[in-house]
Design a protein around this ligand. Structure first.
Ligand SMILES: [Zn+2]
Length: 508
């Protein structure tokens, strides 16, 4: 900050020929004859010229006589955008970046070479599929330190995880490590007598945890309403007044609040508490029958979601990811080689790499775990109910123009079947199947996500002054998600990258 390069765009346009700009890290870039597709426009701006300076969009014109003089005076890379579409880079507003998908920290230590290659590749895999901004929903500066230690990675933000002490998801971590891993956990009044050593209730009020995470650089608050699943179905959940106080504290600090909620009870709680974003689709309907037809209670809840304009992240791939752990063909998908190093894929196929699948297999006691095909069929049948429900709910909301946010929850657990980057591409297909249009997906992954996370001053559209996190696509993404199948260029802070350089199976 403070260098001439950080002046408002209009100011530096005037100043650029006389003021040396020491902070320039990227070469200037100009994209000519391109169609700009951006959600604030009703239609593409055709035959446009977009100039990028110091990592930001400096000018957009569709005048053929646009000034060209800068190219002769400075070192400008020119891209011919004829037949191409320039769009904002994609935002995934629900990821977890602190671990290699499917690998525990103990397993990482046993396989340092596999782990090193994975850490090197994962940021590139998100970029490969067009994701230039990621929001880690449960992190701390320490938890993200290893992720940030890369030269090439998407812009990364995080929420602080305000989980109820010893509730979901803390319950899955051993004591006392769980208390250190979740520094923004909530302690409710009356719980003082049972607190573990070293935990002071006064530091875990809604006001205290919001202040702490804000000071640590969080841009959002994530909290949870989850009674559990599998063997754990009676976890403690927060009181409504606790989350209302959390929302008040967060809003006073300018932070949006996201609630983990996948059931009718939990999403109703979120609406009652006034959260900004519901961080999952609706697949637990608290129904005794296995119906996937929208019930009156579900419809009433979804109508409240629409009316309240609350952000809603379908995260359909959560269910497919768990299901696909039991697929006998998933690890043979040729797309995986684009995003996962070969060594990591080999490890996933090993007995050790199947540890989480094997632990989930006990949920299907009537199927022999030795018969992979029978187990796959049983799991498919089991997940069909939740998948059918979240698809119906998502389609209902899409039809009513609810505030859908593009979000994958990559990875939703220690699972390899939510592969970084590719998982977003898979989620898009699931959204299409559910009845969401390509245009809605585009807006959800760009402007709506940026607005929901209060990032729209910097990203989310192709406008002068915004960060040059952009994509050059071969098709119009408001018409087809195939536009993301073969991205022509990923532009990160004004640096144009050939996706071939980002792929895991690139020639080194
Ligand atoms: Zn998550």
């Amino acid at each position: 900050m403070g260098s001439p390069c950080r002046l408002a765009p209009a100011a530096w346009l005037l100043a650029t020929f006389t003021v040396p700009c020491a902070a320039v890290t990227a070469q200037d870039l100009r994209i000519e004859h391109v169609a700009v597709v951006s959600s604030e426009r009703t239609q593409p701006l055709r035959d446009a010229t977009v100039s990028i300076h110091d990592g930001r969009i400096a000018a957009i014109s569709h005048d053929r006589a646009a000034p060209r003089s800068r190219s002769t005076l400075s070192d400008v890379q020119v891209l011919n955008g004829t037949g191409l579409y320039l769009t904002p880079g994609l935002i995934d507003s629900h990821v977890h970046l602190g671990a290699i998908p499917g690998m525990t920290s103990e397993q990482e230590k046993l396989h340092p070479d596999i782990a090193r290659a994975a850490w090197e590749q994962i940021p590139r895999s998100y970029l490969y599929f067009g994701f230039t901004t990621l929001i880690d929903l449960i992190a701390t500066p320490d938890a993200l330190a290893r992720w940030r230690n890369h030269d090439l990675l998407p812009d990364t933000y995080f929420c602080g995880g305000a989980a109820l002490i010893d509730g979901y998801p803390m319950i899955y971590a051993p004591k006392p490590a769980r208390y250190e891993a979740m520094p923004y956990m909530l302690v409710e009044p009356g719980a003082q007598s049972s607190l573990p050593a070293g935990v002071a209730a006064a530091e875990h009020t809604p006001d205290a945890v919001v202040a702490r995470m804000k000071a640590d650089g969080a841009i959002c608050v994530k909290t949870f309403f989850e009674r559990g699943f599998g063997a754990q179905r009676n976890l403690p959940v927060p009181r409504l007044e606790t989350i209302r106080a959390l929302v008040r504290a967060a809003h006073a600090a300018g932070l949006p609040v996201l609630l983990h909620a996948s059931s009718v009870e939990a999403q109703t709680f979120g609406l009652d508490a006034g959260v900004d974003i519901i961080a999952h689709g609706l697949w637990n309907w608290n129904e005794t029958s296995a119906t996937t037809e929208l019930t009156a209670a579900v419809t009433a809840l979804l109508d409240r979601v629409v009316a309240a304009r609350v952000g809603w992240q379908p995260t359909i791939q959560v269910l497919y990811g768990e299901r696909d752990l039991f697929s006998t063909s998933f690890l043979s998908d040729p797309m995986l080689a684009r995003v996962l190093p070969a060594g990591l894929m080999d490890w996933y196929r090993s007995k050790e790499g199947q540890w989480f699948r094997d632990s989930l297999a006990s949920r299907f006691p009537h199927t022999s775990t030795a018969d992979a095909n029978a187990l796959e069929a049983a799991v498919q049948a089991d997940y069909a109910v939740g998948i059918g429900r979240v698809e119906r709910a998502t389609g209902y909301l899409a039809k009513r123009r609810a505030r859908l946010l593009f979000a994958t929850d990559t990875p939703s657990g220690p699972i390899y079947a939510n592969p970084p980057g590719l998982n977003g591409w898979l989620e898009m297909h699931k959204l299409i199947d559910a009845g969401v249009t390509p245009s809605q997906i585009f807006r959800a992954a760009t402007l709506t996500n940026a607005q929901a996370l209060h990032l729209d001053i910097d990203i989310g559209t192709v406008e002068v002054g915004k960060r040059a996190n952009l994509l050059l696509l071969r098709e119009d993404p408001t018409r087809t998600i195939q536009a993301y199948a073969q991205i022509a260029k990923v532009i990160l802070h004004g640096r144009a990258i050939d996706p071939g350089e980002l792929a895991a199976d690139r020639a080194h």
